[in-house]
Design a protein around this ligand. Structure first.
Ligand code: ATP
Length: 275
């Protein structure tokens, strides 16, 4: 998954985001979902990071993007938050080209959780409320439970009022990731993208977080980018990428039975989970 550093790199080197539109709000939920239509994108000329990718994601869908490192998963996320635009093809958000929305509208509607979360020097509560300043205590409690933050809070005598230190350095990597996920859930954005955002969690905790997200009655589209295929049984659809292309899509059982490439990725992951 992309670290925020890589996102910044793209932001800083790429001044090509033009044609920012003026539609100032994105539907919640997205009545017509997200469409990628024959999307291609290259960071470096002649080396496509995405090559003719078409993908429909409907309202309420939970989709996982899997595939080897460098296959283009995070690039899809970057195009959806509009850090860059496709060289070819089109992305539609709720039936309208993504270029017709203002950047603020997109960044509000799409909640992107990177592998290394950005936290600030403040309390757990302040970091959570950054996602939604008007959140009620009930809403806070619900995301704390869903993101498996309860055991983290129990570690601090002050609970939600505990200070996490500059950049959240009092938290372990996995604790910081859980806080970032809770904050993103609180926002109830139209699209939630988890880009390797559970990579530092142990398997049972990751599974618990995912199960809670799957159970939440949320109107968000959820896109999960993950190396760990074992934890992805809860999603509606798994999209397998390789070298910038979608090579297979379906649920786990179908992919495992019919696509050797997926079976290989899954079995490798299973073995590393056991070892
Ligand atoms: P990983 O699982 O390792 O994060 P990924 O599937 O998310 O991989 P991407 O990050 O989308 O893959 O990368 C797709 C391709 O684009 C790779 O070949 C990668 O080397 C290249 N790439 C990614 N970011 C940049 C960048 N900022 N500049 C140049 N090339 C890049």
């Amino acid at each position: 998954g992309a670290s925020i550093r890589r996102v910044r790199e793209v932001l800083e080197c790429d001044q090509s985001i033009e044609g920012l539109g003026n539609i100032s709000t994105v539907g919640y939920p997205l009545a017509r979902g997200i469409s990628l239509r024959q999307v291609s994108f290259s960071y470096v000329r002649e080396r496509p990071a995405l090559d003719d990718v078409s993908l429909e994601i409907c309202h309420g869908d939970c989709v996982a993007l899997v595939g080897p490192s460098g296959s283009g998963k995070s690039t899809i996320a970057r195009l959806l938050v509009r850090v860059a635009d496709p060289a070819l093809g089109q992305i539609l958000l709720d039936g309208r080209p993504i270029t017709e929305y203002s950047l603020a509208a997109i960044r509000t509607a799409v909640s992107y959780v990177p592998q290394k979360p950005v936290l600030f020097d403040g309390t757990v509560r302040e970091n959570l409320l950054y996602g939604k300043p008007t959140a009620t205590p009930v809403e806070l409690q619900s995301v704390v439970v869903a993101a498996q933050l309860m055991p983290v809070l129990a570690r601090f005598s002050k609970g939600l009022e505990a200070h996490i230190g500059p950049s959240g350095h009092r938290l372990s990597g996995g604790e910081a990731q859980r806080l970032a996920i809770a904050r993103a859930l609180l926002r109830d954005a139209s699209v939630l993208i988890l880009d390797e955002s559970t990579s530092a969690l142990d398997l049972p905790t990751e599974r618990a977080v995912f199960e809670a997200i799957g159970r939440r009655r949320s109107a968000s589209i959820v896109i999960v980018i993950s190396h760990r295929l074992t934890s992805l049984t809860w999603v509606n659809r798994i999209v397998v990428m390789n070298r910038g292309r979608i090579v297979a899509a379906g649920n786990h059982d179908l992919l495992y039975a019919q696509f050797p490439q997926y079976r290989q990725l899954y079995d490798t992951d299973q073995r590393s989970a056991i070892n």
